[in-house]
Design a protein around this ligand. Structure first.
Ligand code: 13P
Ligand code: SF4
Length: 308
């Protein structure tokens, strides 16, 4: 069993950096060079000077890092750590909706496979979906796989947004119910409620702030309350705790078991064995990268693409 210091030593000796999502186990977050949301992690992978990037997150996050960094070795320590929501949007479903709505822009959430991204016009995260869709001229906008994020984007942009498919959802956020928040508000009357847009509209309506995981952390600092109720995965409690903020889960059942599969040992094991190197078919990667870069350009995100 490795501890945080030992893992740091292994990372240093291999010239590797460890990027961890906000939902990772506390000790994995503590060992990481950077902890953040999907958007921040994509950009950190690009900025890092390390030749090896170990990605502590679910598969699509590591895949996106590999697509954006073909010159780096991206390692996903636990291949079974996948996102069930991403699997709800298949290439066949994308093709079916494209045929049904010719000319409509297809926006996919980063929680999707590389093959699906390769068919998309734009790729967004929960941090920038509203901003990107608000800049599109055509309607309706096709958006998948999360129907709740699609609905949130429609509410915020006043545009017609078609969820693709109509059943796409995150099983972790689905366990957070309106009743949980009603109870939490009774128990912690002074607490502000922060929710992820993957929550249902019933839950979002009771929130003081809705945003990506890192936007929720920023909001907690800015709102200046002494207590927060967190309507998202419980890994966030560690990050908020480290900032000295008192936070309670809206539901203690909101655990992404896929995120929790990665451990300090699995990171060391993948570095030593060379297993878990992320490979994406080059043709699919090139098409997916086009959609990601097109989105970054529309959003004004600076990166290597800005120079050309
Ligand atoms: P963020 O991009 O907000 O970190 O969300 C990723 C995710 O998978 C939420 O369930
Ligand atoms: Fe996927 Fe939900 Fe886990 Fe996020 S919390 S990685 S959307 S299953």
């Amino acid at each position: 069993m490795y501890n945080v210091q030992e893992l740091r030593r292994v990372l240093k000796s291999r010239g590797a950096c460890l990027l961890a999502h906000n939902y990772q186990r506390p000790e994995v977050q503590d060992a990481a060079d950077f902890v953040g949301d999907s958007l921040e992690l994509s950009l950190k992978a690009l900025e890092s000077d390390a030749r090896i990037v170990v990605f502590a997150g679910v598969d699509f996050m590591a895949e996106q890092a590999a697509i954006l960094n073909p010159d780096k070795t991206v390692i996903h320590p636990e291949p079974l750590s996948v996102c069930p929501m991403a699997a709800m949007l298949t290439v066949d479903i994308v093709r079916e909706y494209k045929e049904k709505y010719p000319g409509s822009p297809f926006v996919v959430y980063v929680n999707s496979s590389a093959s699906v991204k390769a068919l998309a016009d734009y790729v967004v995260t929960s941090a920038n979906a509203v901003k990107l869709v608000s800049q599109l001229d055509a309607e309706p906008v096709l958006f998948g796989p999360d129907r709740h994020l699609a609905e949130y984007v429609a509410e915020k942009t006043c545009k017609e947004v078609v969820p693709v498919p109509d059943f796409g959802h995150c099983p972790v956020h689905a366990v957070i119910l309106r009743g949980d928040l009603v109870e939490a508000k009774k128990k912690y009357p002074d607490a502000k409620v922060l929710a992820h847009p993957e929550c249902s509209s019933e839950v979002r309506k009771l929130a003081d702030f809705v945003g990506s995981t890192s936007q929720m952390i920023k909001a907690a600092v800015e709102l200046g309350s002494n207590e927060y109720v967190i309507a998202t995965e419980i890994g966030m409690l560690h990050r908020l705790g480290k900032l000295g903020l008192r936070a309670y889960p809206a539901s203690s059942y909101a655990v992404c078991v896929n995120m929790k599969m990665i451990t300090l040992d699995s990171v060391v094991e993948s570095l030593s064995s060379g297993k878990g190197v992320v490979k994406v078919d080059p043709k699919i990667a090139a098409k997916a990268k086009e959609a990601i870069v097109r989105s970054f350009e529309l959003l004004g995100v600076e990166g290597p693409w800005s120079k050309s």
